[in-house]
Design a protein around this ligand. Structure first.
Ligand SMILES: [Zn+2]
Length: 52
């Protein structure tokens, strides 16, 4: 199993355009979702990446 540095994944995706829907052009932000680190889109309130 490959080892992934999840925190660097979050950094790499931070500021990317929301991939969730084509209608949303929000930029992903670091945040928390259910007490875990996550990237969320402030425009559509969707957690894109969660790290356990
Ligand atoms: Zn969005």
């Amino acid at each position: 199993m490959a080892t992934v540095d999840n925190r660097s994944v979050l950094r790499n995706l931070e500021g990317d355009e929301c991939p969730w829907t084509e209608d949303c052009s929000g930029e992903l932000e670091r945040g928390e979702y259910k007490d875990t680190d996550a990237l969320v889109c402030p425009n559509c309130d969707t957690p894109i990446v969660r790290v356990w």
